[in-house]
Design a protein around this ligand. Structure first.
Ligand SMILES: Cc1cc2nc3c(=O)[nH]c(=O)nc-3n(C[C@H](O)[C@H](O)[C@H](O)COP(=O)(O)OP(=O)(O)OC[C@H]3O[C@@H](n4cnc5c(N)ncnc54)[C@H](O)[C@@H]3O)c2cc1C
Length: 306
């Protein structure tokens, strides 16, 4: 079977890997250069500890405060956009306590399964992507932030995710680079991190060796149908036929889905990262600076802030 995957981020490449294992003939197209973007520039954290959905009780109140502050970690540019309003309504409904309660074990299981797949890859792939099972530190700078993290740690324990509440001295022993202003935090020993660029570059090399075809700078703009069946994708560079088409286009997926008549309730978020190499102060642990919503990840010979 010929499968065409739209998007060469981590989701597109992971799907290509498993489809190839199943014997499919796979082509990955990407409108970019296959070497930049979200899947390359992220913080590389694999975090079963993040089982509380973004849409949690209280987030709307906090979000409204942040909403209009362009410096805040969650700023939405005010605009009249039907898709955004619809998404906001779904998001609001998802913050109801019963919904959150239902979502938490599902997110936990998804993350644990994802971690197991990374563990398999770390064993089976013939290249290293610096997969490190070193846990995650959540570092808090004020008492309110710490109280929220301690509450999450208690929920974690109930869900079977190990969590250790640490005082400032224990935290400093684990991570001496943290400032004296840190009042405490939580350590999640089951979390892990990896180096995204190593993973993506290695996967692409290995998939190419196994016969997966990559087409960079190839933007899919439309689809060709025949009797209700999808036959091909179409772009400025031509037409590509396939038996099955998989949309793995990240935050752009709703645009393609709309062309097919589907409405995906998905809104793009924006994130940034900077990588310092060599690191001015080498750190030991993947760390989250909770109030600032900044992730700090130790890489080989570098540190990334996301
Ligand atoms: C700063 C930052 C830090 C993050 N840290 C973490 C973290 O620590 N842990 C974690 O789990 N997640 C993290 N994330 C989120 C994570 O990076 C994303 O969830 C993940 O990379 C999404 O992968 P993807 O393959 O779905 O999408 P993408 O990586 O966005 O890939 C989609 C691809 O589709 C292509 N495309 C789009 N439209 C078309 C089209 N029409 N035709 C052809 N190609 C198209 C794009 O060019 C792109 O390459 C972070 C994100 C950011 C921004």
């Amino acid at each position: 079977m010929k499968v065409l995957i739209i998007g060469g981020g981590i989701i597109g490449l992971a799907c290509a890997y498993f489809l190839r294992e199943e014997g499919c003939e796979v082509t990955v197209v990407d409108r970019g250069d296959l070497a930049t973007g979200c899947s390359h520039g992220n913080a590389g954290m694999i975090v079963p500890s993040h089982f509380v959905p973004l849409a949690a009780p209280g987030v709307i109140r906090q979000g409204l405060r942040w909403l209009l502050d362009a410096e805040s970690p969650f700023y939405v540019k005010p605009r009249l956009d039907g898709g955004l309003l619809r998404w906001g309504w779904h998001f609001y409904r998802a913050t109801r306590p019963q919904r959150v309660e239902r979502a938490m074990p599902i997110l936990r299981d998804l993350s644990l399964l994802s971690k197991r797949l990374f563990q398999d890859w770390a064993r089976e792939l013939d290249f290293s992507f610096a997969f490190t099972e070193g846990g995650l530190l959540m570092a808090c700078r004020n008492q309110h932030g710490l109280e929220e993290e301690v509450h999450t740690a208690q929920l974690a324990e109930k869900l079977g995710i190990a969590a250790q509440v640490l005082g400032p001295r224990e935290l400093a022993e684990r991570e001496p680079q943290l400032s004296d202003e840190v009042v405490g935090g939580v350590y999640y020993p089951g979390d892990a991190h990896l180096q995204p660029q190593l993973l993506l570059a290695g996967l692409r090399r290995q998939l190419s060796n196994r016969g997966v075809r990559f087409l960079a700078n190839w933007e899919v703009q439309d689809f060709e149908h025949d009797g209700g069946r999808l036959r091909a994708v179409v772009g400025e560079r031509g037409r590509l036929a396939a038996d099955e088409v998989l949309i793995a286009s990240g935050s752009w997926s709703p645009l393609l889905a709309k062309t097919l008549g589907f409405r995906l309730p998905l809104q793009a978020g924006k994130g940034y990262s900077i990588t310092l190499s060599p690191p001015p102060h080498p750190i030991r642990h993947a760390t989250s600076l909770t109030e600032a919503k900044v992730a700090v990840t130790p890489f080989e010979g570098a540190v990334r802030f996301g």
